[in-house]
Ligand binder design. Structure first.
Ligand code: ADP
Ligand code: ADP
Length: 227
């Protein structure tokens, strides 16, 4: 089942006198529970694609549909950045609970407590609930960032080079975590990476963007590598 269908997405950035075509004609579709890696040269528009999907930017032209052909709503996404972006003054627990506590969600306290506990277990951070971000390693911080993103139960988790600030060991650990979360929760992942080895290890499919014009030039289906 498709959860995301992009057709002919373009985006220009205007400066004083000039305009810059950041995306020319992006079309792709993503299925539920798929891990799709987005690659391409620096400046080809990968982050812009994620920012449009997360609602931080709007596209100039094109359509984005969600499941069953409905107009896609960025509320179904959550974003994880290269540098975790945790609130430094909040504990691991409070970082994860942050989105759930927003008044508009009207989630009862007991439910929030239960949900945060589940997420702490999911990313193996139960013992660090009361730790502050600066007490954690890079890999642990990214796991908390993933838990925080998952708290709002997004259909699609958008990740912008989530592993590139990590050492090779933590990187592989977090990659395995992503695969496990997909297997357990059925979350769809759209991940920007510069690393081909990582894309092949992690991805079910790799999309490659060209720079001028910025469009999808190649789709590589990765043969199933896990039983
Ligand atoms: P990538 O993630 O592939 O490196 P980006 O999506 O960050 O590429 O950027 C694509 C192009 O759009 C870059 O050339 C960048 O300089 C330009 N760009 C991105 N955001 C803005 C902005 N807010 N204003 C002007 N230009 C931008
Ligand atoms: P990495 O292997 O990712 O580079 P480090 O080993 O350098 O990480 O540092 C993180 C280690 O510090 C973790 O393995 C963890 O055992 C320990 N640690 C981090 N935060 C806490 C905390 N709040 N209380 C106790 N130990 C902690």
């Amino acid at each position: 089942m498709q959860v995301l269908v992009l057709k002919g997405i373009s985006k220009q950035f205007q400066n004083e006198q000039t305009h810059f075509q950041a995306l020319s004609d992006i079309s792709c579709d993503i299925n539920k529970g798929e891990i799709v890696c987005l690659m391409g040269p620096s400046g080809c528009g990968k982050s812009t694609v994620l920012r449009i999907l997360s609602g931080l930017e709007s596209a100039d032209t094109g359509t984005i549909c969600g499941s069953e052909g409905n107009v896609f709503d960025p509320v179904h996404t959550a974003m994880v950045f290269q540098e975790h972006g945790l609130f430094p003054w909040l504990s691991v627990y409070d970082n994860i609970a942050y989105g759930l506590r927003m008044k508009v969600r009207k989630i009862p306290n007991e439910q929030i407590t239960q949900k945060v506990k589940e997420l702490l277990t999911l990313v193996h951070m139960e013992e660090f609930a009361n730790a502050l971000p600066h007490q954690l390693s890079g890999g642990m911080k990214q796991r908390v960032a993933v838990a925080r993103a998952l708290a709002i139960e997004p259909e699609i988790l958008l990740m912008d080079e989530p592993f590139s600030a990590l050492d090779p060991f933590s990187r592989r650990e977090l990659q395995d975590e992503v695969i496990r979360i997909r297997d357990v929760l059925g979350t769809t992942f759209f991940i920007v990476t510069h690393n081909p080895e990582e894309a092949v290890y992690l991805g079910d499919r790799i999309l490659i963007l060209s720079k001028r014009p910025s469009c999808v030039i190649k789709e590589i289906q990765i043969p199933c590598k896990r039983p």
